[in-house]
Design a protein around this ligand. Structure first.
Ligand code: KG4
Ligand code: ZN
Length: 335
């Protein structure tokens, strides 16, 4: 079964054709990073206008690269939420229009569920139940997944999501946007020699990252980090601050994720979302976890449509499709 997937929830316009939920025939991603970076973050109105310009060429390219025509497509999948309303609407309406015109089933996909299903696009065998660590720009969730489409939310962020914290920390250090990859790069040549607070949220599986970010802000504002060449010598460098921040966030994510996996005695941990592309997180989790850790390849961690097609395949197998009344749901929850 071949599913054309469409993803427009934030600032990537993406379309993909995936066969039987695991074989990627094409996965085209048009990033808007360059456009938004001059504003220091995603501007929702600009994002939706850019999706309007890119969506048709991106879908056409995905079909061309998959080397198939519409007659060979069996269903249309599209991210219906959560995400930016205007951005989601472009994908949802395009998906509906194609499904209607081609008389194909329409499958609306939860973006976070899509991130989880990026793990089904690898050759690894997944054995339920698993713990999913979802770390993206908007979410830091710990979810127990007992089977396809069965989720129990056990932990979440109380304030900033992990990706959001990376983006804000990068802004504080003047590194630019998007913060995650820039903090990672800066951290490579820094030493994690600044003690930043870790919020353990004892007795819960929840996270809180705003304290770490605020501590960094106070240090930067208080002149305790060498943010430019004129700073007095002896201060920790920008790279040291990035390394310290990354280590603190990764430490909390890894420790809490492994603790939950031990408590529930699962065999595997699945990692998903843009922050799963972080090398320190990947290496630390794999090193410290007594359980098998599955993490998608870098390109499938950040937003892409292949993960949406993969997720839709399992929904379709379970008999779940959507009607023409399907709407964009900016605040859609996973569980
Ligand atoms: O999943 P995603 O592409 O979009 C959302 O669904 O939010 O995640 C984007 C987030 C951004 O906050 C970005 O800074 C972060 O993922 N990110 C990273 C890395 N690559 C992307 N964070 C840390 N290290 C990275 N290498
Ligand atoms: Zn995402």
């Amino acid at each position: 079964m071949k599913i054309l997937g469409i993803e427009t929830s934030c600032d990537e316009t993406s379309a993909s054709v995936v066969e039987d939920g695991n074989r990627i025939l094409s996965n085209v991603i048009a990033s808007q990073i360059e456009i938004h970076s001059r504003y220091g973050g995603v501007v929702p109105e600009v994002a939706s206008r850019q999706h309007m310009l890119s969506i048709v060429p991106v879908i056409q390219q995905a079909m061309d690269e998959a080397k198939i025509g519409w007659k060979k497509i069996d269903a249309i999948a599209v991210t219906k939420g959560p995400g930016l309303a205007g951005s989601l609407l472009v994908g949802v309406n395009t998906g509906k229009a194609i499904a209607f015109a081609q008389n194909l089933p329409l499958i609306g996909v939860n973006h976070l569920e899509g991130h989880i299903y990026a793990n089904w696009l690898t050759a690894q065998k997944i054995e339920f139940p698993v713990i999913c660590l979802i770390v993206s720009g908007g979410h830091s969730d710990l979810v127990l997944m007992k089977g396809h489409g069965q989720y129990k939310l056990l932990g979440r962020t109380r304030d900033d999501a992990a990706g959001e914290a990376f983006d804000k920390a990068a802004r504080i250090l003047g590194l630019g946007y998007p913060g995650g990859p820039l903090i990672q790069k800066s951290a490579e040549t820094g030493k994690p020699n600044i003690r930043l607070p870790h919020a353990w949220m004892e007795g819960t599986h929840d996270f809180s990252f705003s304290g770490i970010k605020t501590a960094l802000l106070r240090m930067a504002e208080g002149g305790k980090i060498a943010l430019d060449d004129n700073a007095p010598s002896g201060l920790p460098s920008k790279n040291d601050a990035a390394a310290s921040f990354q280590k603190a966030v990764v430490d909390v994510l890894v420790t809490k994720c492994i603790a939950l996996a031990k408590e529930l005695n699962v065999k595997q941990i699945l990692v998903a979302g843009g922050v799963a592309a972080n090398k320190a997180l990947r290496e630390t989790l794999i090193t410290r976890s007594p359980f098998q850790v599955l993490i998608p390849p870098f390109i499938l961690c950040t937003d892409n449509a292949a993960m949406i097609s993969a997720c839709a395949y399992y929904q379709f197998q379970a008999g779940r499709t959507d009607g023409w009344d399907m709407d964009a749901l900016p605040a859609l929850k996973l569980a």
